[in-house]
Design a protein around this ligand. Structure first.
Ligand SMILES: [Zn+2]
Length: 247
């Protein structure tokens, strides 16, 4: 008897937002970092999911068109990176709808990730009503992940680990990465590929930003390729329902 074991999966996701929110109000990640990141993804032949704020899609439409042309998925990261735990229900609904109204001008949108990976469970139905199918707003490393979740039609695919871990020295980072279970969900931000080391932002945001961060990400991609992980986009779970994602 042969036992078929599905190849392990990894979702590389990119949260496209203002630089290091809420500390900066610049968009160097979009205007400088994204190009470097897209070059790396092309070189490594990896397709990713970009969670983009509606505001960035409105202000930088050519960049969004470029993502789609390169075969990446575009999902929603809200309208202007508001913390949904500070919005009332009507405000949250407006923010989701406004973001989707802009993003859907570029193509279909199936997936959502809330800013700061914070999203009230009582608002999950707003995502359903907006026609979304995948939610990646949870994080396995946050205590809130252990709360009992409401039933929802959304496929929920939580982030596995926070982004700054990917910039740690390889000998530390690889121990973390090697311990993550499939499906692995990593996220980075275009602003990490811009040198923000001298900015007045928390250390975990600024250390090794710039070229070093890009080299780290390349090593991370190669780490999973060597271990035969398949790189997937969030929307792929909608056509491969058996073994990706959970709950
Ligand atoms: Zn964000």
């Amino acid at each position: 008897m042969t036992i078929m074991t599905a190849a392990p999966k990894i979702f590389l996701t990119i949260d496209m937002e203002p630089d290091c929110p809420p500390y900066l109000n610049t968009f160097r990640g979009v205007t400088e970092g994204a190009r470097l990141l897209l070059g790396l993804l092309e070189e490594e032949n990896v397709k990713a999911t970009f969670f983009v704020t509606g505001q960035i899609a409105k202000d930088y439409p050519d960049i969004i068109r470029g993502l789609i042309t390169q075969g990446h998925e575009v999902g929603s990261h809200g309208f202007n990176h508001s913390d949904y735990t500070t919005l009332d229900r009507a405000g949250a609904q407006r923010d989701i709808e406004l973001s989707l109204e802009i993003l859907r001008q570029f193509g279909p949108v199936y997936s959502f990730r809330s800013p700061y990976l914070k999203f009230p469970q009582t608002y999950l139905d707003l995502l359903e009503k907006a026609g979304l199918s995948v939610d990646s707003s949870q994080a396995k490393y946050k205590p809130s992940y252990l709360q009992k979740t409401r039933s929802t039609t959304l496929r929920r695919i939580p982030a596995s680990i926070t982004s700054s871990v990917l910039r740690l020295p390889a000998w530390i980072r690889n121990r973390w990465l090697g311990a993550l279970e499939s499906p692995v969900v990593l996220f980075v931000h275009p602003w990490e590929f811009v040198d923000l080391r001298k900015e007045n932002i928390p250390l975990d945001c600024r250390f090794k930003t710039g070229g070093a961060a890009l080299r780290c990400l390349q090593e991370v991609i190669q780490f999973y390729k060597e271990r035969n992980f398949q790189f997937k986009k969030m929307q792929d779970v909608l056509t491969e329902p058996c073994d990706a994602g959970s709950g």
